[in-house]
Ligand binder design. Structure first.
Ligand code: LRH
Ligand code: MN
Length: 396
């Protein structure tokens, strides 16, 4: 690797940060049950502790995404405890995710529910989540809604759209001046006929209608297999409406597998559109890079360290694209030249230089190896196995 290339990689790694989700450290499963891991985290302390070791070993995950129902049992009344815990930890609270899908009252939706009292209740939960974000100095309120229907004719789609517009505008009005709201779309699941915020266009229009601090969140698993995700990313960048990502990978649907495990070139193409945008606009895109995965079989901390390493690899590979040569090839157009500029960058083995960067920053060259040598897994397995052995594995 020549020095110019190493410099490019070092510069990219120095700025790349990615947020990890608290829920990825907990025992999760599918509708067919969940396989309990003795070392899994249950308490917010344990989730901060697991996130801290990932940050300690990789150096690039200073914040942890929190989910209100799962991490704040008493809602905003739990916020002070979390401040205390984060003070003792090397990771800070990141995006705050309200939960508009778990409560029984959300059977027919939350912001889109025909029952006004349920819409009010969901709005109150949003307000409480904003209170938490303000208390924790979290910038982003990350909103995903399971709202939708399972059978044709059972929901008034336009009426629900209007309720979403009203409620999201209200949420926007409650944000602090330095806060943002990120609207996440998803085509289906748990609703299997229509989902109220099903694609980027719907999220875009709702964000525009809500206000200037509302942006769109792209969860890579929330697309039909044939969709061109990086084109959506390019459009959102061009409209200054891209707020953040939930990275994961999938073979079929919202599988929440580890990033780059199925289609690493997909994530590379997304990073490429962002870095080309930054190259051409000369400005850094204001994007929250976050991971959203559930590790049903892999060791949860190992999977997270693996994911962060993969995210770094794919990001710096995209930084190796010769943007000036690409723009020339695109305008010629020289198709093979342009495509080869991406393929050559993607084919670069950046792992040795990433290991050099880690060593130069006092980080272990091999974070996963360092994790296994740390004895952390053995320690938490001892501490947590008794409690985890009692947790329920069956779905129904
Ligand atoms: C929905 C989703 C959303 C989270 C949840 C854990 O599929 O991607 O971002 O709230 O997963
Ligand atoms: Mn998500």
């Amino acid at each position: 690797m020549n020095s110019k290339t190493s410099e490019t990689i070092f510069r990219a790694l120095d700025t790349f940060r990615i947020e990890i989700p608290s829920w990825a450290f907990a025992n999760t499963g599918t509708r067919f049950g969940k396989f309990i891991q003795a070392a899994a985290a249950t308490t917010i302390e344990e989730k901060f502790s697991d996130a801290a070791i990932v940050h300690q070993l990789t150096g690039v995950c200073p914040t942890i995404a929190l989910h209100v129902e799962w991490d704040f049992p008493l809602g905003s009344k739990s916020a002070d405890d979390v401040i205390e815990i984060s003070r003792r930890s090397s990771v800070r609270p990141g995006s705050i995710n309200p939960n508009f899908f778990q409560d029984q009252c959300y059977k027919y939706g939350s912001f889109g529910n025909p029952d006004r009292s349920v819409r009010e209740r969901a709005l109150e939960h949003a307000r409480d989540s904003i209170r938490i974000a303000k208390t924790l100095h979290s910038r982003d309120l990350s909103l995903w809604f399971a709202d939708g229907s399972n059978y044709p004719g059972t929901a008034n789609i336009r009426q629900r759209k209007t309720w979403f517009e009203e409620n999201l505008r209200t949420v926007h009005g409650e944000l602090a001046a330095d806060q943002r709201m990120l609207i996440e779309y998803k085509p289906f699941e748990p609703a299997f006929y229509h989902t109220d915020i099903a694609d980027w266009g719907m999220a875009f229009l709702l964000a525009k209608a809500a206000g200037p601090r509302a942006k769109v969140l792209v969860d890579t698993g929330h697309h039909y297999l044939s969709q061109n995700i990086e084109q959506i990313v390019a459009w959102l960048l061009s409209e200054d409406m891209l707020g953040g990502f939930h990275f994961n990978d999938r073979r079929y649907a919202d599988d929440d597998l580890t990033m780059g495990s199925i289609d690493p070139y997909q994530a590379f193409r997304i990073f490429h559109e962002i870095l080309l945008f930054e190259h051409e606009s000369g400005k850094r895109a204001d994007i929250a890079y976050m991971i959203d995965q559930s590790h049903n079989l892999k060791g949860k901390i190992e999977a997270m360290i693996q994911t962060v390493g993969m995210a770094q690899q794919l990001y710096v590979k995209a930084a190796l694209v010769d943007h000036d040569a690409l723009v020339v090839a695109q305008n010629k157009p020289d198709l093979v030249r342009a495509e080869s500029l991406l393929q050559d960058a993607f084919a670069s083995d950046v792992r040795p230089t990433i290991a050099e960067w880690r060593a130069s920053r006092g980080l272990p060259a091999d974070p996963l190896g360092a994790f296994h040598e740390s004895g952390y897994l053995e320690r938490i397995t001892k501490e947590r196995s008794a409690r985890n052995s009692t947790s329920v594995s069956s779905y129904a």
